[in-house]
Ligand binder design. Structure first.
Ligand SMILES: [Zn+2]
Length: 84
């Protein structure tokens, strides 16, 4: 497998999720994620984390939510490692 592509995709996942890359990069990483299940799994987790973090950072988020976010992230990580 093209390991270099994996490294690039993983390094730019958050930017990819936030749409902060150039069109070319978005397309390239998007294509890679489709072809590469491990990177796609990581992408899914990062997207979830991104969402939870932005929720946790909003003023509305109670302390409890923040705790839940952290345990969700840990569970997601553990799940990925178990599959790995
Ligand atoms: Zn990959």
């Amino acid at each position: 497998m093209a390991k270099r592509q994996c490294e690039e995709a993983l390094a730019k996942l958050f930017e990819y999720i936030d749409g902060e890359l150039t069109d070319t990069e978005l397309l390239r990483i998007g294509e890679h994620l489709k072809d590469c299940p491990p990177c796609e799994a990581e992408h899914q987790i990062n997207e979830k984390i991104r969402m939870l973090v932005s929720q946790a950072h909003s003023d509305k988020a109670p302390h409890q939510l923040r705790e839940r976010v952290l345990s969700t992230i840990q569970a997601a990580r553990a799940e990925l490692q178990a599959e790995g």
